[in-house]
Design a protein around this ligand. Structure first.
Ligand SMILES: Nc1ncnc2c1ncn2[C@@H]1O[C@H](COP(=O)(O)OP(=O)(O)OP(=O)(O)O)[C@@H](O)[C@H]1O
Ligand SMILES: [Mg+2]
Length: 380
């Protein structure tokens, strides 16, 4: 039995992939979690951050995995030390801290942007001076990122050099990673899976398109030359080895004008950028994650169509996509609609649509059209 900490859409889609494999899934969901409960009968309500809830939950499952990284590392570390199968392991989960990630990657030879970490809250003097000095050598704008707790661009700030001092002075939160605002040719994602036996597989490189710091679209093939794609996949394999990942891990990459490839960040789990593998690849990221954490052989990762595109369905607050499936399917009959059972709120991902086609541009348009029909008149 596989236990999942957290009951969002990733748990929901993992459970959907578990059914044909005959794998029983149990979920530990917080009272507010909406995604998994609808499709996982064996849902236990509790707090993935509460040591007692997590220990009790773990006692009933064979392998423990996660829906999100907001879990209690200390409890998981003691379960792991006692011999439980926690996958990914705590050592890998710690990479969800952007400061730890950057330092470990830089010293492990993984290419990352220049950066500095400052901790405005700790009583270490000089945080402001360090950040201002870094910014003054980094061009007109820098990017500040909270090391923990951010997602969908919610803890990422683009700052002019003169804003850095006041920003750090007023900031209260986890340590900040500062990096130059880079001129991006495009952004890529590589999904990679690794099992405890050491088998590693990457999927073909995908392009991700962000709007206001949030992933909006994912497109295959990515608009990069073969050598760039090859380099991105090599980096992703290196990241899987360096982090000791077990399961699926997502690597977000920046491509610069001179074709340099840098790791932006990673997520030690299945990821939004891999949703199109459900219909678009021989093995979906969700099936592969289950196979990896169970130490089963991994599946082939080739794409099943010349072009595949995914568009997120983002809540606007007024319109419920769960009343608009027929409308969307009338407009785009080939669309694969995935709604997560979540109430729509502003900027909340409540579903996604995948379209398979023959050519990148039109396939992307069809997916975007279906997502717009579902979410209403959102501004892209
Ligand atoms: N140094 C940078 N230069 C230019 N753009 C950047 C930089 N850092 C981040 N961005 C933009 O902001 C987006 C969000 O940044 P990042 O991935 O660090 O945030 P996040 O909130 O953790 O994202 P996620 O939604 O993937 O969890 C990036 O995908 C990119 O579009
Ligand atoms: Mg990101």
């Amino acid at each position: 039995m596989v236990g999942i900490l957290g009951g969002g859409q990733l748990a929901r889609m993992l459970a959907e992939a578990a059914t044909p494999l005959g794998v029983h899934v149990r979920v530990l969901a917080a009272p507010g979690d909406e995604g998994a409960r609808e499709v996982v009968p064996d849902t236990v309500v509790g707090d993935p951050l509460d040591p007692d809830d997590v220990a009790r939950f773990e006692a009933g499952v064979d392998v423990l995995t996660i829906d999100h990284e907001n879990v209690d590392h200390e409890t998981l570390a003691s379960l792991e030390a006692a011999g439980s199968a926690v996958r990914p392991g705590v050592g890998t989960l710690r990479f969800s801290d952007k400061a730890h990630q950057r330092r470990a990657f830089a010293s492990g030879g993984i290419p990352v942007p220049e950066f500095v970490v400052v901790d405005p809250v700790a009583s270490v003097p000089g945080a402001q001076e360090v950040a201002v000095a870094f910014a003054s050598g980094s061009g007109p704008e820098v990017v500040a990122k909270a090391s923990r707790g951010g997602y969908d661009g919610r803890a990422v700030w683009m700052l002019g050099a003169d804003q850095v001092g006041p920003f750090v002075a007023a900031y209260e939160g986890s340590p900040l990673v500062f990096e130059p605002k880079l001129d991006l040719r495009c952004e890529l994602a590589v999904l990679v899976a690794r099992n405890p036996s050491g088998e590693v597989r990457t999927w073909p490189v995908l392009e991700t398109v962000q709007v206001d710091g949030m992933c909006d679209e994912v497109v295959f093939p990515a608009p990069v030359e073969d050598h760039v794609a090859q380099r991105a996949r090599e980096i992703a394999s290196d990241v899987a080895e360096l982090t000791g990942a077990v399961g699926v891990l997502a690597v977000e990459l920046f491509v610069l004008g001179d074709d340099e490839v840098l790791v932006n960040e990673i997520a030690p789990r299945v990821h939004n950028s891999g949703h199109l593998t459900i219909e678009g690849s021989s093995t979906s990221q969700f099936e592969q994650h289950l196979r990896a954490i169970l130490d089963w052989p991994l599946g082939p990762t080739g794409m099943s169509s010349p072009a595949v595109a995914m568009s997120n369905v983002v809540g606007s607050g007024e319109i419920d996509p769960r009343t608009r499936q027929a409308l969307a399917l009338a407009g785009v009959p080939e669309a694969h609609v995935h709604l997560y059972g979540k109430a729509p709120r502003d900027r909340r991902k409540v579903g996604h649509v995948t379209v398979l086609g023959d050519e990148r541009g039109s396939t992307r348009q069809r997916a975007a059209m279906a997502a717009e029909l579902l979410s209403g008149d959102r501004v892209r």
